[in-house]
Design a protein around this ligand. Structure first.
Ligand code: MRU
Length: 367
């Protein structure tokens, strides 16, 4: 096993717990200081883990919801289909209420729901086993999807690479191995570059710290530096100067939901990055599994944006509150929407898309 694969194995985001009675996740709220795995088994524990960002990142949320509903469904005490399905639906709807923006959550749960319905003629005990298999399929597919995204992104890196110089790449939030089943989406081009023989020193990845929950500082820089890639962390408001001074040659970010017109919801700050990239003429790509593309949502204005606890801004990462207790911090959106006119393209596992996006998606068979 390569060193990189050993690392991926150590921080694997979601796997089965013992006897498939639970879901085993790495608790991302404790990273980078503590690598601790936890086992979640009840629907309440799974809901809490997604809500509190113990497991996070759109594809990983989808995989953990699929694993979670398989574990929860296995505990349903019913032999007849009607009773089983009624309880399954209630559990599924409950898990779907954990976070509103990443469409992969609903996509994965609906796929599990479709699986139950397609097998309604089989005994409940068999349906339960089929759900385990479907969840594993979702996970395995995610590995292949991020690999494909990585191959496409790697070609873009090759076009920009100058011999003897490190290639400056900027990313925001964490769309890495911790957010998926293996390669990440925005980080996949870098990991695939290593698999194709690039030296980790051929690249320099600038990680936006990503206020307020610091996914870039805590997670992305942790992952990439463990892979040996030259990595730095900068405050979000330093990205403009990095771009202006020519250090950043390309930007890759992940996303939580892409509307039919290509508008892309991703971690708060992505929209500002897209404005800057457009201004400085730096190519910026949204990396999106096709499960993140929501053709039922026409434009970014229709994407629901999750609002989170003001304490994440004022006190969560500080020894003492860094704003007066009485000051309002209730505007705490977890995501924003990058206007599709501002970035260069969207990399899906099926191919690279450019505007007009709706047509490009349909041409790739994304419905
Ligand atoms: O709130 P988070 O940490 O779940 O937000 C994650 C992101 O915004 C990622 O960029 C996105 O989910 C893509 S992960 C491949």
């Amino acid at each position: 096993m390569s060193e990189l694969d050993e690392f991926f194995e150590k921080v694997i985001t979601v796997k089965w717990g013992e006897g498939k009675k639970s879901v085993d996740i790495i608790d991302q709220t404790l990273l980078p200081g503590t690598i601790k795995r936890i086992q979640i088994r009840t629907k309440e524990e799974i809901w809490e883990a997604i809500k509190k960002l113990r497991v996070r990142g759109a594809p990983a949320i989808g995989v953990s919801a699929a694993y979670g509903i398989a574990v929860v469904a296995n505990e349903i005490k019913a032999d007849d289909y009607q009773t089983f399905y009624k309880e399954f639906r209630a559990d599924k709807d409950y898990l779907a209420s954990s976070r509103p923006t990443a469409v992969n959550l609903f996509w994965a749960l609906n796929r599990m729901d479709d699986t139950v319905k397609a097998n309604r003629d089989k005994p409940v005990s068999e349906i339960k086993q089929i759900l385990y298999t479907e969840a594993e399929k979702i996970r395995d597919e995610d590995v292949q999807i991020s690999r494909n995204i990585g191959e496409i992104g790697f070609k873009l890196l090759q076009d920009l690479k100058v011999d003897g110089e490190e290639l400056g790449i900027l990313t925001h939030c964490n769309a890495g191995t911790l957010a998926t089943a293996k390669y990440g989406t925005a980080t996949a081009p870098m990991y695939i570059a290593l698999e194709h023989g690039w030296s980790p020193k051929d690249m320099h990845v600038y990680c936006d710290e990503t206020r307020p929950l610091l996914q870039g500082a805590r997670l992305t820089s942790f992952e990439l530096s463990n892979a040996g890639i030259t990595t730095s962390v900068q405050c979000d408001n330093m990205a403009a100067l990095l771009m202006k001074t020519g250090r950043v040659k390309i930007i890759f970010v992940g996303c939580d939901r892409v509307a039919a017109n290509g508008d892309a919801a991703n971690k708060i700050g992505t929209s500002a990055l897209a404005v800057l990239a457009h201004h400085y003429g730096i190519p910026m790509y949204i990396c999106a599994p096709s499960s993140t593309i929501d053709m039922k949502t026409a434009t970014g204005d229709d994407i629901p944006i999750e609002m989170r606890d003001p304490e994440e801004i004022k006190s969560m990462w500080y020894k003492e509150p860094m704003a007066p207790a009485s000051v309002d911090a209730s505007f705490n959106p977890a995501f924003d929407v990058a206007d599709h006119r501002l970035f260069t393209g969207i990399i899906t596992e099926k191919g690279l898309c450019h505007a007009p996006y709706e047509k490009a998606f349909r041409d790739l068979g994304i419905q």
